[in-house]
Ligand binder design. Structure first.
Ligand code: HAM
Length: 418
């Protein structure tokens, strides 16, 4: 009897097994390819950051207020596992001197993020994102570029049935007055709102617009829309982004209730979700402009715009769409020696590896069992090695698809496997 129960993975996190990695690699390769075509260079930032950096995303943000993996290290530092990448990428842009290079810096990052949310299908506590960030450029053309890049990635990953929602949420100049109007509109309705939304009304009224509670839905239609209250600069940007998307033949849906879950956005915000779904809970990716984030982190005021797509959800949709990925066999050649021929088998493998991927079956089992295992692994050739053959430095090369078998000298292996 085992002394303890086997120890399983932590709640809300997953393993990606070798047979599944193929699908992930397709999505990651598509990300790297599309990023390269748009001139975005890869950056890797740490999974841990100072908690304070993450808190600059906005203390009212769910990812910070409710879902943060915060901890104290042995040196008493208050750290957090990153819930998203943008804060760290902006930090690295300044710390690494990318702000001194030609602007904007076009960057991309693929890696895990952590949020302590209630796990369910498509929502994990460790999940993976493909992020792109264009930092140091204020042109609305960059907003359209990031959207075009994101869309190209999703298409190249095989997801075509997606809807793009678009909105502008203004900036420091026009948003305060709009929030005043929004509060004015909702205040007389306060008693009828869900308690969470009553709280939002005071601390973060913009989030009233993306409230999902059924009882609050009827009030939304009459609420003032921020796109009717943009200042001149925000309005000009809003017109330009849509014009550029139109010219790129990118379809979008104007969604006045799209405000996004992170508090750092200004102007353009957008999300992609499966057309058949009801919306935001299945979002495969989203982003927007964050012109105030650098300053919130304590750096000089610097504009930026970006996107993050969820690889977990993208690969799930790819699988559901029946996207076939050929599972690569672990190796092309399996060396199947008699039990005592360990050194000889290793030598044969070494010779064959000059050209092919090779595994050796060192297990103490019959040749029949070894053949069966090699077949299951999908190898193309088996190299059978018995004592008499080994003395003569030959082996039996078996083609696993045709079943043909022929003697081959070790020295000739590279050409026979070519
Ligand atoms: P976000 O909307 O919080 O944005 O996350 C982007 C995507 O990550 C989501 O659309 C979803 O596909 C995926 N995702 C988020 N949480 C989870 C989860 N718990 N499990 C699985 N997938 C998840 C951001 O993170 C921003 N930093 C995007 C951005 C970049 N904005 C500007 N630059």
């Amino acid at each position: 009897m085992p002394r303890t129960e086997p120890i399983k993975a932590v709640r809300g996190v997953r393993d990606i097994l070798p047979d599944q990695r193929g699908l992930w690699r397709v999505a990651e390769q598509a990300a790297a390819n599309v990023a390269r075509r748009f001139g975005y260079r890869e950056i890797v930032t740490p999974l841990i950051e100072y908690r304070e950096l993450i808190e600059r995303l906005g203390e009212e943000t769910d990812a910070v207020a409710k879902e943060l993996y915060g901890f104290e290290d042995r040196g008493g530092r208050h750290l957090a596992l990153r819930p998203e990448a943008t804060a760290g990428v902006v930090r690295a842009y300044f710390e690494g001197g990318l702000n001194q290079r030609p602007q904007p810096a076009r960057l991309y990052l693929i890696g895990p993020m952590f949020r302590y949310d209630r796990p369910q299908k498509g929502r994990y506590r460790q999940f993976f994102q493909f992020n792109v960030e264009a930092i140091g450029g204020a042109s609305p053309a960059l907003d359209a570029e990031v959207i075009e890049l994101a869309r190209a990635w999703l298409l190249e990953s095989g997801l075509s049935d997606l809807t793009l929602d678009l909105n502008s949420i203004g900036d420091d100049k026009c948003r305060p007055a709009y929030l005043g109007l929004l509060r004015e509109y909702y205040r007389p309705l306060k008693e009828k709102l869900h308690p969470d939304c009553q709280k939002r009304l005071e601390v973060n009224p913009l989030r009233l617009l993306d409230c999902k509670v059924p009882q609050d839905q009827p009030f939304k239609a009459g609420a003032p829309r921020i796109t009717d209250h943009l200042c001149d600069d925000c309005q000009a940007a809003w017109v330009m982004v849509r014009r550029l998307l139109d010219e790129a033949a990118i379809k979008y849906n104007l969604n006045p209730y799209l405000v996004r879950g992170l508090d750092y956005y200004t102007r353009t915000v957008f999300e992609f979700y499966p057309t058949s779904s009801s919306g935001q809970q299945d979002t495969v990716g989203g982003g927007g402009r964050y012109d105030g984030l650098a300053e919130a982190e304590g750096w000089p005021s610097t504009p930026g715009v970006g996107f993050a797509g969820g690889l977990d959800r993208v690969t799930e949709l790819m699988a559901a769409a029946g996207e076939e990925v050929i599972v690569e066999p672990a190796a092309e050649v399996a060396v199947l020696p008699d039990a005592e021929l360990v050194a000889e088998a290793a030598e044969v493998a070494r010779l064959a590896r000059a050209l092919r991927s090779v595994i050796v079956d060192f297990e103490p089992r019959s040749l029949r069992a070894k053949m069966r295992a090699a077949d299951k692994l999908g190898v193309r050739w088996a190299l059978l090695l018995g004592a008499a053959d080994a003395k003569r430095r030959v082996a039996q090369l078996r083609d696993m698809t045709t079943g043909e078998q022929a003697e081959v000298a070790w020295s000739e292996l590279p050409e026979r496997l070519a």
